[in-house]
Write a protein that binds this ligand. Sequence first.
Ligand code: URA
Ligand code: SF4
Length: 215
Amino acid sequence: MTKEEKVEQLEAINAEVAACEKCPLHQGRTHTVPGEGNPNSPLLFIGEAPGFHEDQQGRPFVGAAGQFLESLLRSIGVSRRQVFIANVIKCRPPDNRDPEASEVSACNDYLDRQIAAIDPLVIVTLGRYSLNKFIPGQRISRIHGQPRRVGNRTVMPMYHPAAALHRGSLRREIEADFAKIPDVVRAARQLVHEQPDEPPPTIDPTPPPEQLSLL
Ligand code: URA
Ligand code: SF4
């Protein structure tokens, strides 16, 4: 798919999300938060659901957890606009409560279509809701930082930055897990190159050259 086709699909999904009333969460939202970033990114980060600031701005990870996520990205030489950032749930749950299973399943199709459009090499799951979509029934504390193949992609489970931000031990874990990302992307890219039918992933030419070492 060309970048233009990806953008077209992602914008169509955004428009559907903006009008969506498939679950009760639509009632309390200020803005939908479909996700944003580079549609050609080999890396897709998936969080849980919008919080207060995300709901206000219609953008993912713009509050305290988002600032921490950005600093984690910077630690591996990546800026947030180079990657794609989305959530399992596109509307803010009241009082930031946990999403219900029925809400996750109502919203699931949007995320599946975003993944199909972006076609990332590596999906980084942030927190248990995102993890549960790809690797059900596993505890983050046991499998964080351990990439595994799920279908034709690599899934890298991580703690949620909001959980890790204020707990020293988890913070060190998520920092160490992030440091592994460049190698995980390289390994996933190697697998693609070993399959001669698949063209190598395209790279967005817009990011500044000093940040292209990984992506
Ligand atoms: N936490 C999330 O899981 N997603 C956001 O977008 C912000 C905070
Ligand atoms: Fe629709 Fe998802 Fe929002 Fe529910 S959370 S109203 S399914 S976009």
